[in-house]
Design a protein around this ligand. Structure first.
Ligand SMILES: Nc1ncnc2c1ncn2[C@@H]1O[C@H](COP(=O)(O)OP(=O)(O)OP(=O)(O)O)[C@@H](O)[C@H]1O
Ligand SMILES: [Mg+2]
Length: 231
């Protein structure tokens, strides 16, 4: 398996004094406040917290999908504040997988088109079809590759979302309540797949979950409360 460490001594994700405020009308609401976090290469980290505590907001900041109003994030040794939106997107495409809270598949694209989307914007990739086919095969959905999200169950859609996250061969995988919208049996299946894929790809995992069993599978467990992270 490949090694992703740029520098063995350096965490793959580093957040320092991270804060996020949003303006709602004339008011400014603080969502996150003074978050410090260091995640080592290959670690598995869970973040829990009540609804509205800022878990999705934090994940988006760590992955460079959103920008903080205070503090800074380094991802894979790159300070995100020093990168413009295109450079952050390029870093994500090359090395970051993201599984969103509610699948986030494009409804008018088939399973394979949704997975290919993670790669297609890259230039010079000649093996897109093979990679997409392999990723869908790995999540057991080869036979459903031409189906639209509306023709797939929730669990199947989440497996497509996993394939889309893994097809970039990420060094870091972010997953936002990947089992949150699934029934118990499907939850088990998707959770096992998630951890198996993480191990196969040797990647760091940051997982937001309400599910205690899922959190317990991680090396490090954090809780978000009052805008702050507690272990
Ligand atoms: N762009 C925004 N504008 C205004 N408020 C926002 C914005 N983004 C998030 N919020 C608010 O910030 C708080 C945290 O939202 P977030 O989605 O991060 O919570 P969460 O912990 O992921 O919740 P859940 O468990 O329900 O997914 C919520 O009160 C939300 O309404
Ligand atoms: Mg959320």
């Amino acid at each position: 398996m490949k090694s992703h460490a740029n520098d063995a001594a350096r965490p793959v994700i580093e957040a320092r004094a991270l804060g996020k405020r949003v303006a709602i009308g004339a008011e400014s609401i603080r969502i996150l406040d003074g978050i410090d976090l260091a995640v080592d290469d290959n670690a598995t980290v869970s973040i829990s917290g009540s609804s509205g505590s800022g878990k999705t907001t934090l994940l988006a900041l760590l992955a460079g999908l959103d920008t903080p109003t205070a503090g800074e994030v380094s991802l894979l040794g790159r300070p995100l504040a020093g990168l413009d939106e295109d450079a952050r997107a390029a870093l994500r495409r090359a090395r970051v997988g993201f599984v969103f809270q509610s699948f986030h598949l494009l409804p008018n694209l088939t399973a394979e088109e949704n997975v290919a989307l993670a790669l297609e914007v890259d230039t010079g990739q000649t093996d897109i079809d093979e990679r997409v086919a392999a990723a869908l095969d790995r999540v057991g959905l080869s036979a459903r590759r031409r189906h639209l999200p509306s023709q797939l169950s929730g669990g199947e859609q989440q497996r497509v979302a996993l394939a889309r996250a893994m097809v970039v061969r990420p060094a870091v995988l972010f997953a936002d309540e990947p089992t949150g919208n699934l029934d118990h049996a499907t939850r088990e299946h998707v959770a096992s797949l998630l951890f198996d894929l993480r191990a196969e790809h040797d990647c760091t995992l940051v997982l937001v979950t309400h599910d205690r069993e899922l959190a317990d599978r991680c090396d490090c467990r954090y809780h978000l409360e009052g805008g702050r992270l507690v272990s």
